[in-house]
Write a protein that binds this ligand. Structure first.
Ligand code: NAD
Length: 479
């Protein structure tokens, strides 16, 4: 067996690992990046990127359907599934080859194969039976996560995970989605726009648990308008096939119901990929939930092994993994980096989109705070009216005394992009006045953040400022 030696080895080339490898090389480390499947990992190949290609296509279909309202007369759009799939594959290919070019350009050696720790400072890379021993002073493990499977719903031709759904084998007549979380709603919305009759089955009493319920109500309205049925408090019990016809058995309030389906998408959460990579041989400990135990510098119980991204726990977000990759690389290079960010944004690509940063109103109240809240509806914003997307709002949450910004929740058009300004504001330690006093170009959707900040101060221009209503839980809280 050949042996190779590097300063640092990164295992897994998703948005955590490929970024870590680039940063290590930039910092002068002789770096190898090991990947068993495809550069870019789940995000580029079977997650964030292909889903955005389909979501954009679904939005286009939706816009065309609604164009008559704006005096543009077109016939009902038809979807050429093969062509749409080819478009998505082109997008993925371009980005994956871009990652390859970046690694090469930075001097990273990319090794195809499966890496397994064989000791505290060595891995074995198996490339189709051909094995190489790789030794290094430091390792970054970035092996990601995979969809959880539920009993009675084995993934296959009829039961899809997000990966199969993003292969777009067909647009099924009836799609039953199990799980009303992020993936269930994003992909459920796309398939509804492309023409499927979609039914969402969620075990909990609400969709998108953890998101501001006011924002979830707007998303739920969007689903309703697109003919999506939602069953809450509904547990998926099993899949029956009678004479070739599928039906999903669900239990609501102790009673069973059957929902006919052509395909089923299961999206009930992720599980970290920590098995089968020899973490025990490397002396890397897991926590009680099965995530790799790391400190604020992403160092595991073996000081030579770092772990980043989904395997160190939620939130399962590509940009969080990338940030952790940069931090781990910098720590390995001797910098004093640490996980010390203030703001970690989240973006959910439903229709309308939801984006969050910092505390939600509910989270602030759960912490015992009585926050200052300012809200501005897109329905009152010129640009939103002009583009015919008036659904949703921006809500700012701030400390009542100091007016320090604590969080922002947005639901509405382009919320996933608009959240960047709020993220910067939080990271910079902005006060509500900072945002309210900042001139925003008119007419833009970004004005909604400025107006919501003004509203928190009772100074909104394009909405009537009303005194805060007394809250039952916190007593009167005059502005
Ligand atoms: P999720 O945790 O967002 O949602 C899973 C949902 O399934 C939950 O609401 C849960 O209550 C429900 N559920 C669980 N078991 C069930 C059952 N037997 N019957 C019915 N409902 C059931 O998980 P996901 O949507 O699979 O996404 C996986 C992870 O990836 C999440 O952490 C998500 O945040 C992340 N992700 C993020 C984005 C984004 O940020 N845009 C996109 C995709 C995925």
């Amino acid at each position: 067996m050949t042996t190779k030696t590097f300063d640092a080895v990164v295992i897994g080339a998703g948005p955590g690992g490929y970024v870590a490898a680039i940063r290590l090389a930039q910092l002068g480390k002789k770096t190898a990046l090991v990947e068993r499947e495809s550069l870019g990992g789940v995000c580029l190949n079977w997650g964030c990127i292909p889903s955005k290609a389909f979501i954009a296509a679904g939005n286009l279909v939706d816009e065309i359907r609604g164009a008559a309202d704006r005096g543009i007369l077109v016939s009902e759009p038809k979807v050429d599934v093969a062509k749409l799939r080819a478009f998505k594959e082109g997008v993925v290919k371009k980005l994956v080859s871009g990652v390859g070019a970046l690694e090469k350009g930075n001097g990273v050696e990319v090794l195809k194969g499966k890496a397994t720790f064989v000791g505290p400072n060595a891995v074995e890379v198996d490339a189709g039976g051909e094995k190489t021993r790789i030794e290094a002073a430091a390792f970054i493990v970035a092996t990601g996560a995979r969809p959880i499977a539920i009993p009675g719903f084995a993934y296959g031709k009829d039961v899809w995970s997000a990966k199969e759904a993003l292969d777009l084998p067909e647009v099924p007549g009836r799609l039953v989605v199990i799980g009303g979380g992020v993936i269930g709603l994003e992909l459920g919305t796309v398939y509804a726009k492309l023409g499927s009759k979609v039914t969402i089955v969620e075990a909990l009493p609400a969709l998108l648990t953890g998101v501001d319920p006011e924002a979830v109500r707007i998303v739920q309205k969007g689903l309703r308008q697109r003919g999506v049925d939602v069953h809450l408090n509904a547990k998926a019990k099993g899949l029956d096939a009678v004479a070739g016809a599928l039906s999903v058995r669900i239990e609501v309030d102790g009673k069973e119901q059957a929902i006919p389906a052509d395909k089923v998408l299961v999206a009930v959460g992720f599980r970290p990929n920590t098995e089968g990579i020899g973490l025990e041989a490397a002396g890397v400990k897991l926590d009680a939930k099965g995530y790799v135990q790391v400190d604020d510098q992403l160092r595991s119980s073996n000081p030579a092994v770092f772990a980043i991204g989904d395997i160190v726990g939620p939130p399962f977000l590509a940009h969080k993994a990338s940030k952790e990759g940069e931090i781990a690389a910098e720590v390995i290079a001797g910098h004093r980096s640490a996980r010390d960010w203030v703001a970690m944004p989240g973006a959910i690509f439903t229709d309308p989109e939801v984006a969050t940063v910092g505390l939600s109103e509910e989270q602030a109240r759960a912490k015992g705070l009585d926050p200052l809240v300012g809200k501005f509806a897109f329905a009152a914003l010129g640009r939103a009216i002009a583009i015919d997307h008036t659904e949703g709002f921006v809500k700012v949450i701030a400390d009542r005394e100091s007016k320090l910004l604590l969080g922002v929740t947005m639901v509405g058009p382009e919320a996933s992009d608009l959240i960047a300004e709020a993220t910067l504001a939080l990271e910079m330690g902005a006060y509500v006045e900072d945002v309210a006093l900042t001139v925003h170009a008119h007419p833009t959707l970004a004005e909604a953040f400025m107006e919501a900040s003004k509203a928190a101060l009772g100074e909104a221009i394009h909405a009537i400022n009303r005194p805060e209503r007394p809250r039952k839980d916190k007593g009167a809280a005059p502005a």
